[in-house]
Ligand binder design. Structure first.
Ligand code: CDM
Ligand code: ATP
Length: 276
């Protein structure tokens, strides 16, 4: 059996630069990954099977389309393979929440199948599969700190901040990525600046916060609560929302903030993690 973690993706910053003719937006983003995520287990089998377990399984069970099975089918088609595989997805991350759950699952499936069939991680066919599965999938395939450009698929590696404590908070609202992009006001506010990762991130922004808040006003409450927490170095919404995060100076400050947030909002989803 091969096991892969689908690490949660965070956008420390996301600048939307232009609407493109193909329905996507040109953007610049700082991708980082958290140590926690969904788990994917793959085992060679007589027949294909796909099982979803875990706290967010119910959000996906019953949908016949899943990014995991799409990744499996595309991989086999692209590499001309036939063998069947049993896949179990342990869904720990909330669905449609801006932390790339589906994209990370697709990427973890590709990594697992690549390991099973001894395909090199740099194989252009693997990268092509990732690009066809979604804008975030190439970044999730590597799960390393990177600057993303184009629609998010053009990646340049950056020095990361491994071990930085991070608190993720989701108020329980699912947002459609396409709908949030549709609410962008069309104003290009410029590129992400230069410098080290944290200073670039602090000076930058997430241009999707405004349209996401218009769809789900509770996001503004999440951001303001996180901003009030001692030791929070950077507070922002990730991707198209609604998950927001705070980076902390210390694990204690992160744990203290988690206690405050969960006491105030026991129904919100929280994850204490650290950056990869
Ligand atoms: C918001 C981010 O999560 C930031 O990392 C990504 O840009 C979204 O990546 P993703 O979930 O993999 O998105 P995709 O599955 O490729 O696209 C979903 C929808 O989001 C919109 N979309 C996505 C990426 C992009 N650069 N511009 C867009 O306008 C499009 O309407 C698209 O139909
Ligand atoms: N394995 C999967 N996990 C989550 N969502 C999936 C999966 N497969 C298909 N989907 C579909 O994809 C949609 C987007 O889910 P996902 O969790 O990737 O969004 P997201 O966290 O907003 O991602 P991003 O940050 O890349 O925009 C969901 O509404 C769901 O119907």
């Amino acid at each position: 059996m091969i096991e892969e973690t689908a690490w949660a993706k965070l956008n420390l910053a996301l600048h939307v630069r232009a609407r493109r003719d193909d329905g996507y937006h040109a953007l610049e983003t700082l991708f980082v990954f958290a140590r926690h995520g969904d788990q994917i287990a793959l085992t060679p089998a007589e027949a294909d099977s796909f099982t979803i377990v875990g706290p967010f399984a119910d959000s996906l069970t019953g949908e016949d389309d899943n990014l995991v099975t799409r990744a499996r089918d595309l991989f086999r088609e692209r590499f001309g393979l036939r063998g069947a595989v049993a896949i179990t997805l342990d869904k720990q991350l909330p669905v449609a929440s801006g932390i790339g759950g589906g994209s990370a699952d697709a990427a973890a499936t590709l990594r697992g199948l690549a390991a099973m069939h001894m395909v090199d991680m740099g194989d252009p066919r693997l990268i092509d599969c990732a690009e066809r599965l979604g804008s975030d999938v190439p970044a999730c395939l590597r799960s390393m700190t990177a600057l993303g450009q184009g629609r998010g698929e053009t990646l340049s590696a950056l020095a990361g901040m491994p071990g930085t404590p991070v608190l993720l908070v989701n108020p329980g609202v699912a947002l459609s990525t396409g709908q949030v992009f549709d609410g962008w006001d069309g104003i290009d506010r410029g590129p992400i600046g230069k410098g080290d990762l944290i200073s670039r991130a602090v000076q930058a922004r997430n241009d999707l916060e405004k349209p996401a808040i218009a769809l789900a006003p509770v996001i503004a409450d999440v951001l303001s609560l996180l901003e009030r927490q001692p030791g929070a170095r950077l507070v922002r919404m990730s991707g198209s929302g609604a998950t927001c995060f705070a980076l902390f100076d210390s694990a204690q400050a992160c744990a203290d903030a988690a206690s405050v947030v969960s006491a105030a909002h026991p129904d919100w989803w929280l994850l204490e993690s650290e950056l990869l």
